[in-house]
Design a protein around this ligand. Sequence first.
Ligand SMILES: [Zn+2]
Length: 267
Amino acid sequence: MPRLDRPSTNESGSGMRGKYNPNTIIPWNCVRMESESFAVLNMMLPMDNSPIIDVAQYHSHRSITDGKQQFRYVYCSTKNVYTDDDGRQRQITPGECDLCKSQDEDTKTTRPRFNLWAFCYAIYHANQNPRAGRYDDAEEWDQRRVGNRHYYQEKVMKPQILQAPQTVINIFRGYEERLGAEKFVSSNFDLAKRGIAPAVQYTGYESQVQLPSITDDIRGIVESLPDIEKVSAELITEWEFPQLMPDSGDAESGKAKDAFEAAGGEF
Ligand SMILES: [Zn+2]
């Protein structure tokens, strides 16, 4: 299923040959939270008919790899369709979905999940970076106190893909209703995660963290973002954005915007 700003479509599949791709969309460009951590986010645009939110049908797929239970959400190539200008239904990505043919009802069933662009200031982790000291590019995260708890702060300062169930969308829609669209987009939120997929609970609050005033800069980069529908469908899998630098003056933030546009221009 398509971006929210597409005219509404029905679910159905047209058969095309191919294989499902078990890879989830590139994990290092996603908001990565483990249980007991939270992300500080700005939603960039109002939620209604948003061109940066995609809703798509996913299978819940369990498998055993190296004796370990694995769980992942798999994008359904067959059911994710849109209606073209001639009223025909077209798959967003080609290929017939193997999981739709599964004998197992739980595997065969799909449920909607959302992918959306959000600006991620930082992730506050319960534990130190597990990659620090093991990989050259991995940094130690700074300790930060938020409320009465200690966290390890991973600075992100980039737009990232938030992979979310309906419950997360409901949290943000609730805030949008209460605050109004204008205040909503200039507000920042803490989204906390507890549990391991598929049993994850999310809670959201207006952010408790002191943040730089960069919501205007954030809005300036929305147009440079890769098409969220293509990202969901894994038709776009790579991009590189610079970090927004909060302490810079106007000239610098102008540079950041140019850099985002340059990155966006490649898609
Ligand atoms: Zn399927």
